[in-house]
Design a protein around this ligand. Structure first.
Ligand code: FES
Length: 175
């Protein structure tokens, strides 16, 4: 899978926004992942060419950060914090509930409908709202299994799920 001309143009426009060209690699990989859902070898080569940086450096960044995926993930990939504050407030239970709800037995596995995958991650810096998760560039706070059900409904395209979440979970926000 390779990148569209539009994404390549966006990547080429990144360097002037950063003090060092290498700082543009992470946002560029973010754009790649947004378009392709994962980082392919071809796309990483395209990034290196577009930014005129060493392909090895691009690959190093891609493999170092767990927010980048070298394998396919679901349309909505759920990063569930499993660090201390979240663990004390039920993160394990949430992870089990999510796996059961989306029908996967392992972290990183994509649900049969292609919509979901989940993985536990280290602290996402929102401990006061534990337990929490990040998905589609948004944080979701103070989670319970019932709130997870509402979110999954919403992501499955259920309008009632969206309405219910707004009422029950006004603190959900973007970061
Ligand atoms: S421990 Fe979960 S956000 Fe910090």
């Amino acid at each position: 899978m390779t990148l569209s001309d539009h994404t390549l143009k966006e990547i080429r426009e990144l360097p002037p926004k950063y003090p060092h060209i290498r700082s543009a690699v992470m946002p560029a990989l973010d754009l790649v992942q947004e378009e392709l859902g994962m980082l392919t070898q071809e796309a990483m080569t395209q990034v290196a060419q577009a930014l005129q940086v060493d392909p090895g450096y691009v690959e190093g960044v891609a493999t170092f950060y767990s927010l980048f995926h070298l394998e396919p993930v679901g349309k909505h990939h759920l990063y569930v914090c499993n660090n201390l504050s979240c663990q004390l407030r039920g993160a394990e239970e949430l992870l089990t509930h999510i796996k059961e709800s989306i029908g996967v037995s392992e972290y990183g596995q994509v649900s049969a409908d292609g919509l979901f995958s989940v993985e536990p991650v280290e602290c996402l810096g929102a401990c006061e709202y534990a337990p929490m998760l990040r998905a589609d560039h948004r944080f979701h706070y103070d989670l319970t299994p019932a709130k997870i059900d509402t979110l999954l409904k919403e992501w499955r395209g259920d309008r009632e799920g969206k309405k219910a979440r707004k009422e029950a979970h006004p603190r959900a926000g973007s970061h």
